[in-house]
Design a protein around this ligand. Structure first.
Ligand code: NI
Length: 133
């Protein structure tokens, strides 16, 4: 992709904030940090406009919890057209880590994530959405 340069004028305080972000997030330079911020904002805009996006739902749960496995399976079958793959890792004797790769309309993905993460017995869950363009 062709890279173009442009000048940006910022208040000193905002520029200091940007430099702090570069440092704390280990961006190689300001350009990469600004690129990341613009991309994040574009993804947010796509979610707001309910465009097609992709992402992953990550959940941690105790597989001994009654009916949790079948409830999770039911939800995933209800939304099978959004799910690309499911990876299940047995973390230890009790805990499972599941990564569900998803693609589809943003609002459908958040609806699915809310249902999965809200399933009784899930310890923690998070949906990460990214742009596919
Ligand atoms: Ni497991």
């Amino acid at each position: 992709m062709k890279v173009k340069r442009f000048g940006v004028s910022l208040e000193e305080e905002i520029l200091n904030n940007l430099d702090n972000l570069v440092k704390t997030s280990n961006f190689p330079n300001r350009s990469q940090a600004i690129r990341h911020l613009i991309k994040s904002s574009l993804v947010e805009d796509k979610v707001y406009k309910n465009k097609i996006v992709a992402g992953a739902i990550v959940i941690v749960y105790d597989h001994h919890k009654r009916e949790l496995n079948s409830n999770l399976m039911n939800v995933q079958h209800d939304y099978h057209d959004l799910i690309l793959s499911t990876q299940h890792v047995h973390l230890d004797h009790d805990l499972c880590l599941e990564t569900i790769a998803v693609k589809g309309k943003a609002r459908m993905l958040t609806e699915l994530a809310d249902k999965i993460i809200g399933t009784k017995g899930i310890k923690h869950g998070k949906l990460v959405i990214t742009d596919i363009e």
